[in-house]
Design a protein around this ligand. Structure first.
Ligand SMILES: CC(C)c1onc(-c2c(Cl)cccc2Cl)c1COc1ccc(-c2ccc3[nH]c(C(=O)O)cc3c2)cc1
Length: 232
């Protein structure tokens, strides 16, 4: 039967996209990608600054997700902590595929490759970036997929999982409809998007190892990253 977006769904996607566009890393932070030195230390410090700014952006985006602020406050924290790494992988991957301002993509890749991350994590990391790039996601899809990732009910320490499911389900239904409408020639497109969420979960594991190896080499993180990643 004909798939159609309801008035409510149209309002929801507009709210999510507006929040997604409104909260971006400030230019003065990302333009440092082109300016600072290229030592492993400098790269790590710059990526730490960008990640910290990205977390702040993520928190603001999350607060704009309809219904999120009505959740139990401890569950709000549990969802943010549980999804931060996945949301940042998704955001940095989308930025790669959306071709950042002149040359940022190449420079960001260079700095990630030379920031003290061991080779065994570099490969899955850039495979993920490539698989997201190949999807050529539209802005609405990127914004909804990020909101769906954040509203994952089975994160550690979430008490009222049903309340989170009630927020996530309409978003998944909406994304499914959008995929059918915007990619009619590719019936598997929605399934491929959800496949990325599964791949994101595996990256969480790699990231925990990345953090450990950085800490072993006495790398310092910012207070916000320590809080959201439970390090130091
Ligand atoms: C603490 C640092 C070293 C760190 O630890 N893990 C990761 C880490 C890593 Cl490498 C990979 C994936 C996830 C994490 Cl979470 C990072 C660096 O994290 C980020 C790197 C880049 C970006 C990012 C996001 C949006 C952007 N827009 C632009 C622009 O130019 O417009 C640049 C940019 C960069 C976000 C997080």
């Amino acid at each position: 039967e004909k798939v159609a977006i309801t008035k409510e769904q149209d309002a929801l996607v507009k709210l999510i996209v507006e929040a997604y566009n409104k909260h971006q890393i400030p230019q003065d932070v990302t333009k440092k990608l082109l300016q600072e030195q290229y030592s492993t230390e400098e790269n790590f410090l710059l990526l730490t600054e960008i990640a910290t700014s990205q977390v702040q952006v993520l928190v603001e985006f999350t607060k704009n997700i309809p219904g999120f602020l009505s959740l139990d406050h401890e569950d709000q924290i549990a969802l943010l902590k549980g999804s931060a790494v996945e949301a940042m992988f998704l955001r940095s991957a989308q930025v790669f595929s959306r071709k950042m301002p002149k040359g940022h993509t190449v420079v960001l890749e260079e700095r990630i490759r030379k920031s003290g991350i061991s080779e065994e994590f570099i490969t899955p990391l850039f495979n993920f970036y490539k698989s997201v790039g190949e999807l050529h996601m539209m802005l609405e899809e990127q914004a909804l997929l990020t909101a769906i990732t954040i509203l994952t009910p089975d994160r550690p320490y979430v008490k009222d999982q049903q309340a989170v499911e009630r927020l996530q389900e309409p978003m998944v239904e909406l994304l499914k409809k959008l995929c059918v409408l915007q990619h009619p020639q590719e019936p598997q497109y929605f399934a491929r998007l959800l496949g990325r969420l599964t791949e994101l979960r595996t990256l969480n594991h790699y990231h925990a190892e990345m953090l450990t190896s950085w800490r072993v080499n006495d790398h310092k993180f910012t207070p916000l990253l320590c809080e959201i990643w439970d390090v130091q």
